[in-house]
Design a protein around this ligand. Structure first.
Ligand SMILES: [Zn+2]
Length: 116
């Protein structure tokens, strides 16, 4: 999933939510994205502004919260947060840990303006 796919996905969710809420305009969009997804924030915001041009969300600010990636140690069962790369377990030093989650893409909140 690249920036275009993320932006299109976010817009699809925003568009439906705006319709359900009978909003005339969306001014802010807050999403959380799992840290395992590789994307460039500036590029995502740029693409999002292109995707939303001429829509209810034109000009909306996109706020992105990047979630930490969780790792699970198969040796001692410890779960911890780390970056996108493979990280050793801080408890038992086992170098082989499994990444869990980190691919979330969720709409957290939307700021809407109902005044036409
Ligand atoms: Zn461990």
């Amino acid at each position: 999933m690249d920036e275009h796919e993320i932006a299109n996905h976010v817009f699809a969710v925003v568009d439906q939510a705006a319709y359900r809420n009978a909003a005339n305009r969306v001014v802010g969009v807050h999403v959380e994205i799992g840290g395992r997804r590789v994307f460039d924030l500036d590029r995502l915001q740029h693409v999002f502004s292109e995707v939303t041009r001429g829509t209810v969300a034109e000009g909306a600010n996109l706020f992105v919260k990047v979630l930490p990636v969780r790792h699970h140690c198969q040796n001692c069962g410890h779960n911890f947060e780390a970056g996108r790369v493979e990280s050793p377990c801080p408890e038992c030093k086992n170098p082989h840990t499994e990444m869990i989650g980190g691919e979330e893409l969720r709409l957290l909140d939307m700021e809407m303006d109902d005044v036409a």
